[in-house]
Design a protein around this ligand. Structure first.
Ligand code: SAM
Ligand code: SF4
Ligand code: SF4
Length: 356
């Protein structure tokens, strides 16, 4: 522990509680809203192996964050299950003092095979992304022809391994899978799993995002309320991003993440670490801080951990991010048919790079 370790809050008084760790920038899907094939094609230059943080380095960074107040870690990507030996990393992260929740977000493609090993290594929970139960719709969205059945089998294997109840993430895009909202809700209602509908976001710069493609959280709630009857539930903790609703007949709950129309920056306690060790303090950041350089350098008179603690403290204590709140003025303009000038749309980091 060094002088720079210890609880830290940013300029807006927000502590750091969650660290999302991207373990790879590669993926076996090409979801059109995240890694469109036109950009992420055969010749796309992914990070070289030597550029990735190794497990010692990831653990070192995670320990520093735990010293600053982080209690929750989430592994993501790209597709995290593509990273070789991930179980070893999970075991190391699970052993860090102060970490009481270790989760993963995955597309579920490899989950059937890997669920029991992940649970044995110390993973607590998984969130599985699934955008439709209709094969034609799902295959068009993942754009690699991956069938729904295999994701459902992955979810079943995760439950069997003790990783349930599962959260299911569904990104809703107008005219693409909005017709699947009710079917998805009906399928997961009463299973104990929580389906979460996510507004299609303007993350990164490659997915051609338009406000017209967004199905708002309010309209999703309206559709579900009409079909099943919904009642609001209080958030389970400060900083929870999903608005929670329970089915009036007591058969479970759904979440709705309105990151475009209902900003939640005021409670945002998340830091994000990319696979090559860049620290981002906002999902919509254009710039990050290079922590790989800190862990791979020697520091005059200080240990690597001291240097790392100092950098983490410095970055978080100077954080001012509230992109979703400030974007509202831009999206209002878009809704009114105005064109956004390039200056208001900086090149943002891609979702596949920092993992959502
Ligand atoms: N590959 C894993 C997966 O899909 O679950 C983990 C990484 S993925 C980037 C994390 C989450 O971000 C997924 O649930 C995905 O649906 C969501 N996501 C990706 N692009 C998005 C976008 N433009 N808007 C909203 N959510 C998005
Ligand atoms: Fe891959 Fe996940 Fe992005 Fe889809 S959302 S392309 S599965 S990283
Ligand atoms: Fe947090 Fe940035 Fe999202 Fe606001 S826009 S909730 S600061 S990640």
């Amino acid at each position: 522990m060094t002088g720079d370790a210890g609880l830290v809050t940013d300029i807006l008084g927000r502590p750091v509680r969650d660290l999302r760790i991207s373990v790879t920038d590669r993926c076996n899907f090409r979801c059109t809203y995240c890694m469109p094939k036109e950009v992420f094609h055969r010749d796309f230059q992914y990070l070289a192996r030597s550029a990735l943080l190794d497990f010692d380095e990831i653990e070192r960074v995670a320990r520093s964050f735990a010293r600053h107040g982080v209690t929750k870690l989430r592994l993501t990507g790209g597709e995290p299950l593509l990273r070789r030996g991930l179980e070893d990393l999970i075991a190391r992260l699970a052993a860090i003092p102060g970490i009481d929740d270790l989760a993963m977000t995955t597309n579920g493609a490899l989950l059937e095979r890997k669920a029991s090993g992940l649970a044995a290594a110390g993973l607590r929970r998984v969130t599985v992304s699934l955008d439709s139960l209709d094969d034609a719709v799902f295959m068009a969205m993942n754009d690699v022809g991956f069938p729904v059945r295999q994701v459902l089998d992955g979810i079943a294997a995760a439950v069997e391994a003790g990783l349930g109840p599962i959260k299911i993430n569904m990104v809703v895009k107008r005219g693409v899978n909005d017709a699947s909202v009710v079917d998805m809700a009906r399928h997961f209602k009463g299973t104990g799993h929580t389906l979460r509908f996510i507004e299609y976001m303007d993350v990164g710069s490659t997915n051609g995002w338009r406000l017209d493609d967004v199905v708002t959280a309010a309209s999703i709630v309206e559709v579900l309320d009409r079909e099943f009857g919904l009642e609001p539930i209080e958030p389970s903790y400060t900083g929870e991003v999903a608005t929670r609703w329970r089915y009036s007949d007591g058969t479970g709950e759904v979440g709705v993440i309105g990151s475009v129309t209902k900003p939640f920056c005021g409670d945002c306690t998340r830091a994000r670490l990319s696979a090559e060790g860049m620290l981002y303090t906002c999902l919509f950041a254009a710039d990050g801080t290079d922590l790989r350089e800190v862990v791979r350098s020697s520091h005059d008179g200080r240990t690597v951990d001291e240097a790392l603690d100092q950098r983490v403290h410095q970055v978080w204590s100077n954080r001012t991010d509230r992109y979703s709140e400030t974007r509202s003025s831009v999206t209002d303009g878009l809704a009114a048919g105005l064109t956004i000038r390039p200056a208001t749309r900086p090149v943002k980091v891609e979702m596949s790079h920092i993992g959502g």
